[in-house]
Design a protein around this ligand. Structure first.
Ligand code: DC
Length: 226
C-alpha cells in the first residue's frame, strides 16, 4: 500500500515491545525525523501510578481513580508529560514507579480510560507514532505500520542500568534484570490486553543494534511506503 501525505491520507505507526526495549527513545527520534506526533502511552500509566502512590490511593478505589483520569488534562510538550499543566516527567521515570506500574496497568478500568485518552489524541492527529504494549493489537489494530521491538532481558537491564546511573539513581544491575523479567511476565500474562506480538507486526530484535540503526531501519521501512 502506498500513502500520500499530501493527498490527506495519514499514517499511524504502532511500536510495541517489552520494558526497556528502547521503544520510547526510538519513537522520539523517529517522530523527529519523520515530523510525526508521538504519544508515549507507558508515560500515561506511569502518571496514574505516580498519583496513586503520592496520594496513597487504594488501587481498588475505582471511583476516585476514574475521577482523577477523567478530570485531568494530559499533554506532551517536547516529549515531556504534563498532567494538568505540571511537568511530571522526572517523577514518573523513577524506579519506584517502574516497580509499581505493571499492577496499575493491569486494572481493566484504568486501561479503558487510558485508551480513551490515547484514541482521542490519535483521532485528532494526522501522522502519529504511538508506543506501548497493546498498540498494534488493541489500541490501533488498523495502524499502517506495526513494529515490535525486542531484546534479551540482560541487554535491556544493562541499558536501563546506564540510564538510571546517569540520573544518580542507586540501582543494582542483577536486581534490575530480575525486575525486568518480572515485569515481562506480569505484562504478558495479565488478563486484559497483555503484551503480545500482533500477527502483522514487523519484529526487530535490537540486541546487536544501536539506537541509530533501529531508527534508520524503521525510517527506511516507512519512507519506502510514503
Ligand atoms: O513502557 P513503560 O515501561 O513506560 O510502560 C510502563 C508500564 O505500563 C509497563 O508496565 C507496561 C504498561 N503499559 C501497558 O500496559 N500498556 C501500554 N500501552 C503502555 C504501557
Amino acid at each position: 500500500m502506498s500513502f500520500s501525505l499530501t493527498m490527506g491520507v495519514y499514517m499511524k505507526i504502532a511500536i510495541d515491545g517489552p520494558a526497556s526495549s528502547g521503544k520510547s527513545t526510538i519513537a522520539k527520534l523517529l517522530s523527529k525525523k519523520l515530523k510525526f506526533e508521538y504519544i508515549d502511552t507507558g508515560a500515561l500509566y506511569r502518571a496514574i501510578t505516580y498519583i496513586i502512590n503520592k496520594e496513597n490511593i487504594d488501587l481498588q478505589d475505582e471511583y476516585k481513580i476514574s475521577n482523577i483520569i477523567n478530570s485531568s488534562i494530559f499533554r506532551f510538550d517536547k516529549n515531556k508529560l504534563y498532567m494538568n499543566d505540571i511537568c511530571i516527567e522526572t517523577e514518573i521515570r523513577k524506579n519506584i514507579i517502574s516497580k509499581k506500574v505493571s499492577e496499575v496497568a493491569a486494572q481493566p478500568y484504568i486501561r479503558i480510560l487510558i485508551n480513551k485518552v490515547i484514541r482521542n489524541t490519535s483521532d485528532n492527529s494526522e501522522n502519529i507514532i504511538i508506543d506501548g504494549r497493546d498498540i498494534g493489537t488493541v489500541v490501533l489494530p488498523d495502524a499502517n505500520f506495526k513494529i515490535y521491538l525486542d531484546a534479551s532481558p540482560k541487554i535491556r537491564a544493562k541499558r536501563r542500568y546506564i540510564e538510571l546511573i546517569e540520573k544518580n539513581e542507586p540501582v543494582i544491575l542483577e536486581k534490575l534484570e530480575e525486575e525486568i523479567i518480572e515485569r515481562d511476565y506480569y505484562d504478558s500474562n495479565r488478563a486484559v490486553d497483555p503484551l503480545k506480538i500482533a500477527d502483522d507486526a514487523i519484529i526487530i530484535v535490537t540486541d546487536d543494534m544501536n539506537i541509530g540503526q533501529v531508527v534508520n531501519k524503521i525510517y527506511d521501512l516507512v519512507n519506502n511506503d510514503l
